[in-house]
Write a protein that binds this ligand. Structure first.
Ligand code: NAP
Length: 499
């Protein structure tokens, strides 16, 4: 079955931070793919902006190299690349000064404000306020304008509020698109389809039938050469506050009244506000924080986090209270989920690159088959986000053939990815064009971001208050033994095998 390509209205995309890593690795390739799929109207334009003094031609050269490096060879088509590059312009601009803005306004030249205009801020969050302010000063904001921002959206509740205020002074909430690219993943949206387009799951989707939920986002990479930068955030701020809590919300939320962005975001917000607070008294039993020690990486021996940090900071020895791994047992205090824990874990330098949601159903209430049939294994729904997206429901069947009843565990593949031709689009491809369509369903609303910080802040404060030990784990493993104990003392185990 071929994918349906839905055209969008003419637009201008302006990327601030156009020479950076995010633009190079993700944004330019994503926009190119939309070009290749024929989704871009003839009139649409892209403008890169950054301090580097590049000509239009030089920026087109930068973009061409980005496509050569980050688009698979089989997807590179000379005609499409040329068409894409022809749409690209560049404006040298230091966003903290007043120079260049008039030139940018002239370049965008849309006096009647007819075109959709999206500003993607692929720059540090400290620049979100100054850019928004100057966009307004130079009359570049109208009701067809959208602003796209990405993590880090604050480092705690207070700074998140400041950031939201700085942007909110110039843009309405319906114009602000806060990207969490996990929400753009096919499997995450499949979760919504499975839950709300089938009768099958919803009656079972509660504490009565679901034993527990696991959400894992594991990376094999370390902090590479960005240790000093990473040290200011860590696993809790960088991963749990946004990606893991967003996934938790989609699993746990009540069925929204409609597919409307706010109907969905209202339900997610209720989940965040129902999370049982973790404080000084409960933090030790419900959380583990850790740093990786020297061990094995994907390409051989690797250093520990503190060595990586000392090297990056050019110091002999480093100390840090930043966790590269976090495991949490979260409880949702509402009728649907009381008694069903959500175990979350994320870390760098883990045994495999793997992100998944596991819905573990309860055992059957009575085992009617004899010993020779084998014990039924409880059902499990596994939504794999990466490396390969898939959705599998593990069920028990009869092992085919003669010889009496023998139970066998099999996976029903519910991803159906193979029924679609070609590659699976990257999350950014969908999200970048959702901005143009004005569809905020897969973007975080201001109150969601702040509610997430409201739950996270006390946990981080409690770590400091009680001086919770920073555990270590060998690089290339699934984390410290305490994270295994966190789940095993409840009689459960992490899903490290089944996809
Ligand atoms: P980066 O590689 O350091 O790029 C920063 C970009 O901002 C460069 O194009 C830089 O270009 C430009 N810039 C810096 N100061 C500027 C100024 N005063 N005026 C105009 N342009 C300026 O950073 P990045 O990795 O692309 O990340 C950008 C932001 O996205 C960060 O906040 C990061 O946390 C976030 N983010 C990144 C990723 C990712 O995969 N990289 C993922 C999620 C979120 P010039 O030096 O030429 O000005």
């Amino acid at each position: 079955m071929a994918r349906q390509i839905i055209p969008v209205d003419p637009f201008d995309y302006i990327i601030f931070g156009a020479t950076g890593d995010l633009a190079e690795r993700k944004l330019l390739p994503a926009l190119y793919h939309r070009e290749k799929d024929g989704q871009l109207p003839d009139e649409c334009r892209f403008v890169g902006a950054a301090r580097s003094k590049l000509s239009r031609k030089a920026y087109q050269g930068f973009a061409k190299s980005a496509l050569e490096e980050f688009v698979e060879e089989e997807d590179r088509d000379d005609t499409c690349i040329k068409r894409f590059l022809d749409r690209l312009d560049y404006m040298p601009l230091d966003v903290t000064t007043d120079d260049g803005w008039d030139d940018l306004a002239k370049m965008l030249n849309d006096p009647e404000g007819k075109r959709i205009r999206a500003f993607y801020l692929a720059v540090g969050p400290g620049l979100f306020g100054p850019i928004s302010e100057r966009l307004e000063q130079h009359d570049l904001i109208n009701d067809r304008t959208r602003l796209v921002i990405e993590k880090p959206l604050g480092r705690d509740l207070e700074s998140a509020r400041e950031l939201n205020e700085a942007v909110g002074e110039h843009f309405g909430e319906d114009q602000v698109f806060r990207i969490d690219h996990y929400l753009g993943k096919e499997t995450v949206q499949n979760l919504l389809a499975l839950r709300f387009a089938n009768h099958l799951f919803e009656p079972l989707w509660n504490a009565q039938h679901i034993d527990h939920v696991q959400i894992t986002v594991a990376e094999t990479v370390g902090v590479e050469d960005r240790a000093a930068y990473y040290d200011k955030s860590g696993a809790m701020r960088d991963m749990v506050q946004n990606h893991l809590l967003q996934l938790l919300c989609l699993v746990a939320m009540e069925p929204p009244a409609s597919g409307d962005a706010d109907a969905i975001r209202d339900e997610k917000l209720k989940v965040l506000r129902s999370l049982k607070p973790i404080d000084d008294k409960t933090v030790e039993d419900n959380t583990v924080r850790a740093q990786y020690a020297a061990g094995a990486g994907p390409n051989g021996k690797v250093d520990g986090y503190l060595e990586d940090l000392a090297r990056d900071a050019d110091e002999g020895e480093a100390f840090s209270s930043t966790a590269t791994f976090v495991a949490l047992k979260a409880q949702i205090d509402n009728w649907r989920w009381a008694g069903t824990p959500f175990y979350l874990r994320t870390g760098k330098r883990m045994a495999a690159r793997m992100s998944e949601i596991v819905i573990q159903f309860k055992p059957v209430p009575h085992a009617m088959f004899g010993e020779e049939a084998g014990k039924p294994v409880s059902n499990k729904l596994v939504l794999r986000l990466q490396p390969d997206e898939s959705v599998r429901q593990w069920i028990m069947i009869k092992d085919p053939g003669p010889g009496g009843m023998r139970l066998k565990r099999v996976a029903l593949d519910m991803s159906f990815a193979e029924t679609f031709d070609g590659r699976a689009p990257d999350a950014y491809e969908r999200l970048l064009l959702d901005v143009i369509r004005g569809n905020q369903t897969l973007f975080m609303r201001r109150d969601e971001v702040e509610a997430a910080w409201e739950w996270i802040d006390p946990i981080m404060a409690a770590w400091d208050d009680i001086n919770q030990p920073m555990r270590t784990y060998t690089a290339g493993t699934w984390g410290p033994s305490q994270a295994i104990a966190l789940i095993e003392r409840d009689g459960r185990t992490w899903n490290d095998g089944d996809a």
